[in-house]
Design a protein around this ligand. Sequence first.
Ligand SMILES: [Zn+2]
Length: 272
Amino acid sequence: MLCQKLYPEGKPKALTFSYDDGVIQDVRLSELFNRYGVKATFNLNSGLDSGSWWEREGAKIRRLSLEEMRPVYAGHEIAVHSSTHPHLEELDERRLYAELYDDRKTLAARFGCAVEGMALPFGSWNEAVRSAIEKLGFRYCRTTVSHHSFALPEDLLTWGATCHHKDPLLPALAGQFRETEQELALFYVWGHSFEFDMQQNWQVMEDFLQKTAGCSDTWYATNGEVAAYLTAIRRLIVGEDFFINPTGTDLWVRVSGETLRIPAGAWVSCGA
Ligand SMILES: [Zn+2]
């Protein structure tokens, strides 16, 4: 049967953000996200000290302490960025696993929640890194590759973004996103919040949110929520005149102009 897959509540599009390193500028960024009602994933290094400042291109940067992090990241997703931000592909196996496992364990204990995703430090990886991420059971892992499209990842463990926030194509892509009819269109933006101070371009994000937030056809979700939903909807069984949802997640489709919710575990007929 011909059907269009949809996001939760029957929304055809999704927007998600991913920001790295857990720095002081995340305070302003999360306030901005909260004001516009969008959701983000923040990728944190739990093994690095929050006490010391450094300067980069005029931006004063330090990592947030645990006490500072809790309110800043409330309502968003916390994900792994390795304990100490090394080039993972240069590590021996023992240290590689420790960098990922320890960060995940520490973040889960600190925030009292499951930590299921990650973003690669420096965006660099090799097969040994991907294999470690898979064996440790991560649901998804973000690279730093921009594909300038609204396409979904074939491999959630090497998940590229639509673009970085400083990409000159960002405004044009935001316009295309409003118009697109692509199935399960996903706009995925990544970056570091300290770059807004470095380039003094907070307005770029404000402009982007003005164009993309508050739309009734868009699901505003964390990376983890998007990954979980994609994993589920890829398992939907589409028959001649029925659906079977073998997952624990309610799924949504559009058939003959009607939006249909297929409850978790349900068989749903849509015959005449
Ligand atoms: Zn980083």
